[in-house]
Design a protein around this ligand. Structure first.
Ligand code: PLP
Length: 391
């Protein structure tokens, strides 16, 4: 059976060129980058090249890049590191209701430990209002953390405007850009960003590697102690092959970003419009057009469960993801969809398709051929659907 992968916001396959380069640093050039001998020096050189490659993709200098074990660790380092470093100035944090759990739960952890938290609402498209940010700012605000684009509905936030506000009030501004790196041009200087989280496995690099951009001069306390790696911000022997792979992945995606973005917009719109045309009672979640990530389709299909849709698609080899958090052992619908005002019943029937560089038009045609049949079959078994159409 042919398998179709449409879950690139969860993770991506490692680029073959990236994997080949990494292999060299596992088996041949395996030195510890902190060692002074030639093995250590060749690993250090490659690690610093990776730092340059990551920095280049976001308009930073290599000295401003701290490697971590991924997006989650970078978010934790940014938020807790700022809270610790700045707590004498104030204890108020601002974030949004649609952040990834790595940000939301880290802020909530701090709120239980003496900090105050404002969680901003979003509009029906999942977008934060700049005016709400302005109104939430207090003299004791030390951090604003708002993501660049949402991982579930693809909503792109007004980062430039929020960055301007943060700058005017001398507040540290953190942006989780895990879903936008290599998809939307990022320039941390132009966008007034102080801290930026990125992750390798969403851009065809290896899993378990990420980075935090820390603007020169920004105060940040370390999370890991005991070594002097990464300017003492993140102690521990570096995941050298992983970091080198991440650097290469940044270089490769930077070269094809514009072309790939345009290609994916065509596929995205074909899939989204095709679903609306072929299936009744469907709602698109998130913004349309320029405020949406090029690779994101998120729809709520009424009278069916997202999990049942996922399983039926999986039986045909099609991999997508749903808006409910069943994988984490809870049946609660996504906090993002609820924050956008969706009622539980509709949020439960939601489905996310996220496109990647290997997807083709034929694959989209296949999904459009199969999905309506699956929905029809599931709706036939739904008493709610029966009631609704016979009303
Ligand atoms: N932030 C966002 C917006 C994400 O989508 C993800 C992963 O899905 C993360 C953070 C966590 O990144 P990682 O998987 O590298 O820990």
């Amino acid at each position: 059976m042919k398998r179709i992968y449409l879950d690139h916001s969860a993770t991506t396959p490692v680029d073959l060129e990236v994997a080949a380069l990494m292999m060299t640093y596992y088996t041949e050039k395996y030195g510890n980058p902190s060692s002074v001998h030639s093995f250590g020096r060749e690993a250090r050189q490659a690690l610093e090249e990776a730092r340059r490659q990551v920095a280049e993709l976001i308009g930073a200098t290599p000295q401003e890049i701290t490697f971590t074990s991924g997006g989650t660790e970078a978010d934790n380092l940014a938020i807790i590191g700022t809270a610790e470093a700045m707590s004498k100035k104030g204890k108020h944090l601002i974030t949004s209701s649609v952040e990834h759990h790595a940000v939301l739960e880290t802020c909530e952890f701090l709120a239980k430990n003496g900090f105050e938290l404002t969680i901003l609402p979003v509009d029906a498209e999942g977008i934060v209002s700049v005016e709400d940010v302005r109104m939430a700012i207090r003299p004791d605000t030390i951090l604003i953390s708002v993501m660049h684009a949402n991982n579930e509905v693809g909503a792109i936030q007004p980062i430039v405007e929020i960055g301007q506000l943060a700058k005017e009030h001398s507040i540290t501004f953190h942006v989780d850009a895990v879903q936008t790196l290599g998809k939307i041009p990022i320039n941390v200087k132009d966008m007034n960003i102080d801290l930026l989280t990125v992750s390798s496995h969403k851009i065809y690099g290896p899993k378990g590697v990420g980075a935090l951009y820390v603007r020169k001069g920004v105060r940040l306390a370390p999370r890991a102690h005991g070594g002097s790696q990464e300017k003492k911000r993140r102690s521990g022997t570096e995941n050298t092959p992983g970091i080198i792979g991440f650097g290469k992945a940044c270089e490769l995606i930077g070269k094809r970003m514009d072309k790939e973005d345009a290609r994916q917009i065509i596929l995205r719109d074909k899939l989204m419009n095709g679903i609306i045309e072929r299936i009744k009672y469907v709602k698109v979640n998130g913004p349309l057009g320029e405020k949406r990530l090029a690779n994101n389709v998120n729809v709520s299909i009424r009278f069916v469960e997202g999990e049942s849709l996922l399983l039926s698609l999986d039986m045909l080899g099609i991999a997508a993801s749903s808006g409910s958090a069943c994988t984490s052992g809870s049946l609660d619908p996504s906090h993002v969809l609820l924050a956008m005002g969706l009622v539980h019943e509709i949020a439960h029937g939601s489905l996310r398709f996220s496109l990647g560089s290997q997807n083709t038009e034929e694959e989209i045609d296949y999904v459009l051929e199969q999905l309506p049949k699956i929905v029809e079959r599931l709706r036939m078994m739904s008493p709610l659907y029966d009631q609704a159409i016979h009303k």
